[in-house]
Ligand binder design. Structure first.
Ligand SMILES: NC(=O)c1ccc[n+]([C@@H]2O[C@H](COP(=O)([O-])OP(=O)(O)OC[C@H]3O[C@@H](n4cnc5c(N)ncnc54)[C@H](OP(=O)(O)O)[C@@H]3O)[C@@H](O)[C@H]2O)c1
Length: 317
């Protein structure tokens, strides 16, 4: 079974390629370009075939899909991309649809699309979610027409953006920022666990389409995540909590939305703010599919941090 993976240099993508290669499957890793990076070197070391397709430039997927049986998309717009060719409409929606449709044209029988847990509920509030959900809808239709199988993986949050920001902020200034009162619950999941789940889907195929919500083993409030970071870092002093009032975010989102026609930047800000409000004010607890724990991920980060600290030279008389 040859598997093509779009977004292979990302947090989840590298883990998916690793999990597939670990199981001995031939993999085509699709990257934006061949510019050397740690992720690209990892993909090469893993023995995948690396093919560059810049989705922001509408480059064709054909060479990345030749001989593929399964196509997996872990592709998402980077938060840094402010240009229309790389924003969430262009990548999360359009590029994902083009990838899915091209995969079907090349005879792929199973498409796996990674979306978000909160997407179906939050799409009404945020264009950021709507873009990805439109891709899910379009690819579902295309798979139906082609008689191919679609699996939509819906993780809560990875041990990456959200939890990294928490750890780094506490490590730097013992400060933790939360939306509202930080009381909403989530069970973040390690990307390796999501990757393993995807592999299991390929190995034990069923004929019906599946939507799989996935979360990790620990259900925690957003406040708990900050506290866990502080405990992992051995902080003795009280964690400093900075609360962003939901009302303030709503006002900013409304302002950005009202002026959004004037600039792409404002429109994007409105979408991201509305998404942040949704995520910060709703529980996101999915069935536990992961084994790896956030406290172990934080402990590993603490070790890495300590090993980078300069050791104090002994005082000589
Ligand atoms: N992060 C979370 O907590 C979370 C939670 C739930 C669901 N998800 C979903 O899970 C999936 C994977 O997320 P992630 O956090 O692993 O994403 P990520 O680390 O941001 O990776 C995004 C990938 O998309 C690629 N990409 C972006 N623009 C591109 C372009 N113009 N041409 C070609 N490739 C392009 C990136 O390539 P470069 O490396 O070259 O930029 C990267 O490989 C996404 O669908 C995301 O919505 C994420």
């Amino acid at each position: 079974m040859r598997v093509s993976v779009a977004g292979a240099t990302g947090y989840l993508g590298t883990r998916v390629v690793a999990a597939l290669r670990f199981r001995g499957m031939p993999v085509t890793a699709i990257v934006r370009n061949h510019v050397s990076s740690p992720a690209l070197r990892t993909l090469i070391t893993l023995g995948s075939t690396v093919v560059a397709v810049d989705a922001g430039r509408d480059e064709p997927y054909e060479s990345a899909l030749v001989d593929a049986d399964v196509a997996i998309s872990c592709m998402a717009s980077r938060n840094t991309g402010m240009d229309p060719a790389n924003d969430f409409w262009a990548i999360d929606r359009d590029a994902n649809i083009r990838f899915g449709v091209a995969a079907l044209a090349f005879g792929v029988r199973h498409v796996v699309l990674v979306a978000t847990f909160e997407g179906p509920a939050s799409r009404r509030y945020s264009e950021f979610s709507e873009a990805k959900e439109q891709a899910v809808d379009a690819i579902r239709l295309a798979c139906g027409a082609a008689g191919a199988r679609l699996t939509v993986i819906r993780p809560t949050a990875y041990f990456s953006d959200l939890t990294d920001r928490a750890f780094e902020s506490v490590a730097k200034s013992n400060r933790y920022t939360e939306i509202g009162d930080g009381s909403h619950r989530i069970n973040p999941i390690d990307g390796h666990d999501v990757a393993d789940l995807i592999c299991r889907q390929l190995e034990a195929p069923t004929l019906k389409d599946l939507e799989i919500p996935v979360g990790g083993p620990d259900i925690m409030t957003f406040r708990d995540i900050g506290r866990l970071a502080a405990a992992s870092l051995g902080r003795k002093e009280q964690l400093r909590i900075r609360r962003i009032p939901v009302g303030l975010l709503r006002a900013l989102a409304a302002l950005a939305g009202a002026t959004g026609r004037l600039s792409l930047r404002l429109r994007r800000s409105a979408a991201i703010l509305n998404w942040m409000i949704y995520v910060g004010t709703h529980d996101a607890v999915a069935p536990c599919m992961g084994e790896r724990r956030l406290r172990d991920a934080f402990a590993a980060k603490r070790l890495a941090l300590d090993s980078r600290r300069p050791t104090v030279a002994p005082l000589t008389p």
